[in-house]
Design a protein around this ligand. Structure first.
Ligand code: NAD
Length: 256
């Protein structure tokens, strides 16, 4: 379905980004990976699906590096047809003691990077009259939790950016939508499970049960594969007129 298209997924060396990259690759899209840590493993996983794979190590907190990454995608693959703004980090602390440096980093990586990648991807998409921008927001783009001021502010901002981008391109073949996962068991969330296990003196399984029990009625994690399949749907012709939505995949979290 996506043969001949190129998808750039930010923060795709791990977790949800890697899951989305693999789902798009299974549909035939060439993939540009980005992110830190092990790169060769994710590259090999994508390449095994028979598509071309590239990598750029841009730090998504740095606009000049985002520009270099988009230029690399243009030179290597002829442009970006599908942009998945996924890179993100978390920090938990009350507002009055939230480290200023963490606030700035979360706003830069979780929100501003999506603006920069989007503004740089749009001209090519508009000239081809086809494009998909998928922002991995969060339930925290729709509702709040304590201790997550920067993350919640950034994710609400991502949903705002999604709507504006969708509206500005509404008469074209370029769509922009957000996916809002609840809990997904990735390294980002395992850190929060570990913190809860330590704080409450319980084992990993009990910490997970309590974490899910607080917010996610299904008592199940959403998986990166499930989110990847939703991204595939948003890239399909059936989603040509799905514009500016914030689609929850949260086990009922925001239905409460
Ligand atoms: P993760 O920690 O597994 O992966 C994050 C990815 O981002 C990694 O590839 C990492 O290398 C990359 N990254 C981090 N900082 C970067 C930077 N400065 N520049 C470039 N890459 C950077 O996390 P995840 O859980 O897969 O999260 C992915 C996205 O999904 C994030 O935006 C997160 O907010 C969102 N999300 C996650 C959950 C969840 O429960 N895990 C829920 C809702 C939304």
């Amino acid at each position: 379905m996506l043969k001949g298209k190129t998808a750039l997924v930010t923060g795709s060396t791990s977790g949800i980004g890697l899951g989305v990259a693999l789902s798009l690759a299974r549909q035939g899209a060439n993939i540009v990976l980005n992110g830190f840590g092990d790169v060769e493993g994710p590259k090999a996983q994508v390449a095994a699906l028979g598509v071309q794979v590239g990598y750029h190590g841009a730090d998504m907190s740095k606009p000049a590096e985002i520009e270099a990454m988009m230029a690399y995608a243009g030179e290597t693959f002829g442009g970006v047809d599908i942009l998945v703004n996924n890179a993100g980090i978390q920090h938990v602390a009350p507002v009055e003691s939230f480290p200023v440096e963490r606030w700035d980093a979360i706003i830069a990586i979780n929100l501003s990077s999506a603006f920069h990648a989007t503004r740089l991807a749009l001209p090519g998409m508009q000239s081809r009259n086809w494009g998909r921008i998928i922002n991995i927001a969060s339930v925290h783009g729709l509702v709040a939790s304590t201790q997550k001021s920067a993350y919640v502010a950034a994710k609400h901002g991502v949903i705002g950016l999604t709507k504006v981008t969708a509206l500005e391109n509404a008469t074209t073949g370029v769509t922009c939508n957000a996916i809002c996962p609840g809990w997904v068991l990735t390294p980002l969330v395992q850190k929060q499970v570990d913190a809860r296990a330590a704080a409450e003196g319980v084992d990993n399984a009990e910490a997970i049960r309590r974490l899910l029990g607080d917010k996610q009625p299904s008592m199940q994690f959403t998986t990166p594969e499930e989110l990847g399949e939703l991204a595939v749907f948003l890239c399909s012709a059936a989603a040509n007129n799905v514009r500016g939505v914030a689609w929850s995949v949260d086990g009922g979290w925001t239905a409460q």
